[in-house]
Write a protein that binds this ligand. Structure first.
Ligand code: NAD
Length: 253
């Protein structure tokens, strides 16, 4: 267990799945957690649950595809708490299935606007504050899709590859300024997103993929949270610009 006492941690996409599990883990480790999500009802409920259990948490409604929303969110955090120590840029949407010759620009742009530009926008405003305060840790959520190709999923895979490019580039920029930036690459994780994919005709593909996982199972969102907390803690103080795959070994061959 880590101690994040007196730290302010922002988690985007915190109303569900990996983000929710990570927000909970940060709260349980002493952080003040800002849970950000586009789903107002769900994120309000998530924050209320944490507060009811004695943790420090607050919900902020934010669409990460909107730079104005992100700027307002970070301004709110700084004016409320005076600092932003940790950010987990996790909000994401699932792929839109189509082979490349049939894909539409609208679908491509929609996935990019959340899964890639959303991460960039969050990093931009988080780094304005972290640069000024002289410390910070950012963890971005990529995917096994950031490592492997995915037939009929080029939009999602291109975005997740891009997240690793953003991570390495910003890590280089801030390496001497006490700001570390890393990424996690979740494998097949049981969350509402993967359940929705299974329900939308991708169940067979998912089942077939689980069979190729060396550990022969899906992961739980808490197993991603464990890696994010390590990357956000001083236990990874010499680690920057890296991505950690938490995938039961799926991408090792
Ligand atoms: P999820 O659907 O359970 O949760 C995603 C959350 O993000 C939701 O609460 C949703 O409301 C929020 N969100 C969506 N669009 C948003 C926007 N524009 N602004 C703010 N919030 C928004 O999904 P999950 O499985 O927990 O996925 C979390 C992250 O992990 C995503 O980036 C996803 O690509 C990545 N990932 C998931 C898996 C998996 O198997 N589940 C695997 C690899 C990577």
């Amino acid at each position: 267990n880590y101690s994040f006492n007196n730290k302010v941690a922002l988690v985007t996409g915190a109303a569900s799945g990996i983000g929710l599990a990570t927000a909970r883990a940060f709260a349980e480790s002493g952080a003040t957690v800002v849970l950000a999500d586009i789903n107002a009802d769900a994120v309000n409920k998530a924050a209320q649950d944490l507060v009811a259990n004695g943790f420090q948490a607050e919900a902020v409604i934010c669409n990460v595809a909107s730079l104005d929303d992100i700027e307002a969110m970070v301004k709110h955090i700084v004016s409320t708490y005076g600092q932003l120590d940790i950010a987990f840029n996790n909000a994401g949407i699932q792929n839109v299935l189509a082979e490349t010759a049939d894909a539409t620009a609208e679908d491509f742009d929609r996935v990019m606007s959340v899964n890639l530009r959303g991460v960039w926008g969050c990093m931009k405003y988080e780094l304005i504050q972290m640069r000024q305060q002289g410390n910070g840790v950012i963890v971005n959520c990529s995917s096994l899709g950031g490592i492997l190709g995915g037939a009929e999923r080029a939009n999602y895979h291109a975005a997740k590859h891009g997240v690793l490019g953003l991570t390495k580039s910003a890590a280089l920029e801030y390496a001497t300024r006490n700001i570390r930036i890393n990424a996690v690459c979740p494998g097949l994780i049981r969350t509402p997103m993967s359940e929705k994919m299974a329900a939308s005709g991708q169940k067979e593909a998912l089942d077939a993929m689980v069979k190729t996982v060396p550990m022969q199972r899906q992961g739980g969102p808490e197993e991603i949270a464990d890696a994010v907390l390590w990357l956000a803690s001083d236990c990874s103080s010499f680690v920057t610009g890296q991505s950690i795959s938490v995938d039961g070994g799926l991408t090792m061959r």
